[in-house]
Design a protein around this ligand. Structure first.
Ligand code: GLP
Length: 237
């Protein structure tokens, strides 16, 4: 099932998706969430933190999984997914360290790090997999051409991904990423896809053709049993 909600604007998208997550966590205190980073979900995480605080929702049993990470950047680097998740999710929701599963930024062996994550995730079912849509159709760092059967793995990043605004202030060389795979997304109970802005119109239109192609990784979502897609109106124009 692919359930589509078109929102008035980005703020409305952020409010509705935050409410969706808050309701889920309130009813499922042991929820397992896999969280993407990037510009798209920031508003949602900010609103979620507000709801959690006002309604006193206890997140101490919630598990958070980091979807992806650049290889070679320290956790203190503001360009990292780690920095982002600490700021917008882990700290505001007070997720205990033992319930945070994440690619370690300080790894010297990313291959082994992916194996470690795969072992940890073997017996875990992700309830909600939060996704943004890359400008080249990527999900996390699953770039065009990715094998959809992969779990956590290393990726040689495309120019398009390396020009993501997250890296704009970074001076260290980055060429690779670690990411959970398309298979992990397909195995999650629900994929929560957020799309916003005029710069995502082409990508959203391509997704909505329903044509599944490895050139456009987000199209694998059409194989997912439960997708909740929230898009703001401008991205649908
Ligand atoms: C980056 C992140 C992804 C994110 C995507 C879209 O590559 N690693 O997890 O979903 O870009 O980013 P944005 O939401 O900024 O468009």
């Amino acid at each position: 099932m692919f359930h589509l909600t078109v929102t008035k604007n980005y703020q409305d998208l952020s409010n509705q998706t935050a409410q969706y997550l808050a309701d889920y966590v309130e009813n499922n205190p042991k929820a397992v969430l896999c969280c993407s980073t990037g510009g798209t979900p920031t508003g949602m995480y900010e609103e979620l933190a507000k709801i959690v605080e006002t309604k006193h929702i206890n997140c101490s049993e919630v598990t958070v999984i980091k979807f992806d990470e650049w290889v070679g950047l320290d956790a203190t680097n503001p360009s990292t997914c780690e920095y982002y998740l600490q700021k917008y999710v882990i700290q505001p929701l007070k997720i205990p360290v033992k319930h945070y599963i994440h690619f370690d930024n300080s790894t010297t062996d990313p291959e082994k790090e992916c194996e470690r994550i795969n072992l940890l995730l073997q017996d875990i079912i992700i309830d909600i997999f939060v996704l943004g849509l890359g400008t080249n159709g990527h999900l996390g760092f699953n770039e065009p051409g990715s094998d959809p059967r992969l779990h956590a793995h290393i990726v040689q990043l495309t120019e398009d991904t390396l020009s993501h605004p997250m890296l704009s202030g970074n001076t260290k060389p980055v060429t690779k990423g670690m990411t959970l795979g398309i298979q992990d997304i397909l195995d999650a109970k629900t994929a929560l896809l957020l799309v916003n802005g005029a710069h995502k119109q082409k990508q959203f239109a391509r997704l909505m053709t329903k044509e599944i192609s490895s050139d456009f990784p987000a199209s694998y979502l059409w194989q997912h049993p439960q997708v909740e897609c929230f898009v703001d109106r401008v991205a649908t124009e």
